[in-house]
Structures are given as structure tokens and as C-alpha cells.
Design a protein around this ligand. Structure first.
Ligand code: AKB
Length: 315
């Protein structure tokens, strides 16, 4: 029998593309998308959808039992910039949703979990370049604290209750199908939209702010590949470092100028600058490359080309 998959937070930046990729791979009827609000036309018409609050254990359990779910991808979360404005709401959403799925797996109602962590688990005292898998962390943001605590709980549930939970520390993700919301790395998506609309962008991060980034196609491939890897090959049950490229606002601007010669950028850093300054500039993801053969395909030049071509085709 085909495995049944539930996606919590299916209408967000990652969830939207992950749902479509999993429906393509596993058959649309085997992938149940859910969120607290309805998704776009494609999401709603391409397979089953449930309105579901990831903090409501009973509601998730009902859906899990009804559809006989095997695997859950928990993509609902409040990201770094919004979490600084609503600390307790962020903590409650990010932690309670994780406990809900960990406990369902502990009770053997589901078999496997994907839960996203982030480069936000690192903090100002972490080595900034080629940040290792195991290092000093000390996150200084609400979001980072919730992700680090989440990683500790994932490893604990794996060791103590044999819960098959898998995770990656996503860098900033760049996508054209769905816009991100509430993150610090969101500038790297906004800039393409503004470049096409106005030839102009005001960056909320300073020109030299170097951050780890990834094109969404790579992120989706990484996620599905980690979930398909034999359990005994995985040596990390907190969360894997994952990397593709690093760039600063002035470098993404230069890559846009290659396609739109009169594009210009200026810089007005706001509160998100401090968040970005606390994060690594590049990541050592050799564990992911060794354990499950992770390889990225998109660098900055390919990402810019794909973003501009696809966004143009939408307008
Ligand atoms: C954010 O900026 O908050 C996220 C992340 C790096 O996890 N994109």
C-alpha cells in the first residue's frame, strides 16, 4: 500500500512546493495538505486538503487516524523577524506543533517526521565561516532559541523513544512560486520582484551582509532525499547543516544587473540587520554530503536566471 503523507503548514513558502513535489512523486491522493487557511487554486484542486491548526493535538490526531497517515512534514512555523515581534506566540507555535508530531510518533500513530530547523540555531559566538555541524551555538533570537530547543527535543525523542525524526538547518530560501513571510533572508526574494517591477530595491540588510542561501528546488530535493535515506545511514538526529551558496545584497544586486542593466539598489538596514549579523556567513555541510549524498545544483548565477525567467513568465 502507498504511504500516506500529511503536510502541516502546506501553504507557506516551503510547504507549497513540497506538497506539489510529494504529490507528483507519491500520487496526489496520498499527500494530504493542511494549513490554517486555504491555499492557492493548484493546492486546493490537486489533492486532499484539510484546515488544520498545527498546535491542536486532537485535530492532528483525527486527521492522522482518518487518512491512516505514515509520515508528517511539519512546515508550520513563525520565522525570525515576526518572532521578534511576537515572542510568546512564536514559542507556542514552534514548540507545541513539534511536540504534537513527536508525541504522535512516540505513540506509534505515525512512523516518520520531517521537521525543519534553520541557520538561526547559531548565534553571535558561533564561528562565522564554514560553521561546523557541532559547534558553540547560543542563538540570540526567539526563532533561533525555538529551533535549537526543537533540535534537542528531536534528538531526545530519537534516542529515548526511537522516533524516526529527520531535519535540516535550512539557509535562506529563494523561490518564485510562493513568497516567504516574516524572515530575515526574505530580501533575497523581494529583490527579484522589485527588480522586475521597478528596476529598484531598498535592502533592509547592509550591502556586505553575507548569509547562507539556497534555491527552493535544491531545498525540496534535499528534504525528500533525506526522508528517503535508510535510517541506519543517518548519524545526525538533531538537524543536518545544509548549504548551497553564500552571498551579500551587493552580490545579488550585481547578478541582477547582468540581466537588468539599469537595476539599482540602496541600503536602509532595519532591526533585521542585528538578526542577520548573529548568523553564520557560510556553512560546512559535509555530514549531509557524506551521510545522504547531498549535492546542491544552484549557485547565485543559476538562481538569478531561474528567478527572473520564472517571475517574468508569471506576469
Ligand atoms: C528566516 O530568515 O527567518 C528564515 C531562516 C533562515 O530560517 N528564512
Amino acid at each position: 500500500m502507498a504511504k500516506k503523507i500529511l503536510i502541516l503548514g502546506a501553504c507557506g513558502q516551503i510547504g507549497t512546493e513540497l506538497t506539489m513535489a510529494l504529490r507528483e512523486k507519491n500520487g496526489a491522493d496520498n499527500v494530504i495538505a493542511s494549513d490554517i487557511r486555504e491555499g492557492n487554486e493548484k493546492m486546493m484542486s490537486s489533492g486532499p486538503f484539510e484546515i488544520l491548526d498545527a498546535t491542536n493535538y486532537q485535530a492532528i490526531e483525527d486527521v492522522v487516524m482518518y487518512y491512516e497517515i505514515d509520515e508528517v512534514y511539519l512546515m508550520a512555523a513563525m520565522l525570525s523577524a515576526t518572532a521578534e515581534k511576537f515572542p510568546m506566540r512564536a514559542w507556542n507555535l514552534n514548540m507545541n506543533s513539534l511536540f504534537n508530531v513527536l508525541n504522535l510518533a512516540k505513540e506509534r500513530k505515525i512512523n516518520k517526521i520531517f521537521w525543519p530547523s534553520s541557520i538561526a540555531v547559531f548565534g553571535p559566538n558561533t564561528p562565522k565561516e564554514d560553521t561546523p555541524q557541532h559547534t558553540l551555538m547560543e542563538p540570540s533570537t526567539v526563532y533561533g532559541i525555538s529551533k535549537q530547543a526543537g533540535e534537542r527535543w528531536c534528538e531526545y525523542y530519537f534516542k529515548k523513544f526511537n522516533v524516526d525524526v529527520r531535519s535540516v538547518r535550512y539557509p535562506g530560501l529563494i523561490s518564485w512560486k510562493t513568497q516567504p513571510g516574516g524572515g530575515t533572508t526574505d530580501y533575497a526574494v523581494e529583490i527579484y520582484h522589485k527588480a522586475l517591477a521597478n528596476n529598484y530595491y531598498t535592502s533592509f540588510l547592509s550591502e556586505d551582509t553575507l548569509l547562507p542561501m539556497m534555491f527552493m528546488d535544491d531545498a525540496i530535493r534535499a528534504t525528500i532525499s533525506l526522508m528517503e535515506t535508510d535510517s541506519n545511514k543517518l548519524t545526525i538526529r538533531s538537524s543536518y547543516n545544509l548549504a548551497a551558496m553564500s552571498f551579500a545584497p551587493k552580490e545579488i544586486a550585481a547578478s541582477i544587473v547582468e540581466h537588468i542593466p539599469d537595476f539599482t539598489i540602496n541600503y536602509e538596514p532595519d532591526f533585521r540587520q542585528a538578526i542577520a549579523d548573529s548568523w553564520p556567513s557560510s556553512i560546512d555541510d559535509s555530514k549531509a554530503r557524506a551521510d545522504w549524498n547531498w549535492e546542491h545544483k544552484f549557485d547565485l548565477a543559476k538562481t538569478t536566471k531561474a528567478m527572473l525567467e520564472n517571475l517574468r513568465s508569471l506576469s
